[in-house]
Design a protein around this ligand. Structure first.
Ligand SMILES: Nc1ccn([C@H]2C[C@H](O)[C@@H](COP(=O)(O)O)O2)c(=O)n1
Ligand code: ZN
Length: 202
């Protein structure tokens, strides 16, 4: 049985809190030996880290909004790619290729010959193809679902700098993807959304 909604929100709040704590711990600040100046510095860095986290959440919210364009009745995925200056250089969502008719290539077909997975272009692939810049080198990827193995290959080849994502899956394509990303040293990080600021009603 799934927990009631407010319980989920509390879990989300707690996870978020620990995520921020975890980020702060990495700073390795020795608070016992803090002088006033160090304390000011510490607070400034805490504020900076909080600001960074909020930026990631903002772009992931945009990825979520983008995902709503997908016609996949089971899983809508959205991807936003930003450059070094935090400018959006591309967006994408999962859909059939241009000219491939949804009424012919249906989303709900179970038959292996007609299954959507044979035809759908993933959100990340569409974002890579749609880019409005010469290269994605050092760009940051925001995606609502962890990239599969095929998308991970393309992201590695595109030389993007980091992947931020919302949801994860413990399935073969995703495990293979992690193996590849780790090996290629392309970092990825799951971001938890703040309570009440993720669900978008349209
Ligand atoms: N990172 C990903 C992973 C999956 N997708 C797409 C491919 C399908 O349209 C959908 C997954 O369908 P399901 O297996 O949940 O029925 O999500 C993507 O675009 N990017
Ligand atoms: Zn994929």
């Amino acid at each position: 049985m799934s927990p009631p909604t407010n319980e989920i929100s509390e879990i989300s709040d707690l996870t978020q809190h620990f995520q921020l704590e975890n980020r702060l711990e990495k700073l390795d600040i020795n608070s016992n030996s803090s002088t006033n100046l160090q304390l000011i510095d510490e607070n400034a860095r805490k504020a900076e880290i909080q600001k960074e986290l909020e930026k990631h959440q903002r772009f992931l919210r945009m990825a979520k909004v983008t995902s709503l364009r997908s016609k996949d009745p089971n899983t809508q995925v959205g991807c936003v790619i930003v450059d070094k200056e935090n400018c959006i250089v591309s967006v994408g969502y999962n859909g059939f290729p241009i000219g491939v008719d949804d009424d012919v290539f249906r989303w709900d077909k179970e038959d292996p010959e007609d299954n959507k997975h044979l035809y759908v272009v993933h959100a990340e692939m569409n974002a890579i193809i749609n880019k409005r810049c010469a290269t994605l080198h050092d760009c940051i990827v925001y995606v609502t679902l962890f990239p599969c193995n095929k998308c991970a290959q393309m992201l590695i080849q595109s030389r993007v700098k980091k992947v931020y994502f919302l949801e994860d899956r413990d399935e073969l394509p995703f495990r293979a993807s992690k193996k590849m990303l780790d090996h290629a040293k392309l970092p990825y990080e799951q971001i938890v959304m703040p309570r009440g600021k993720y669900v978008i009603e349209c």
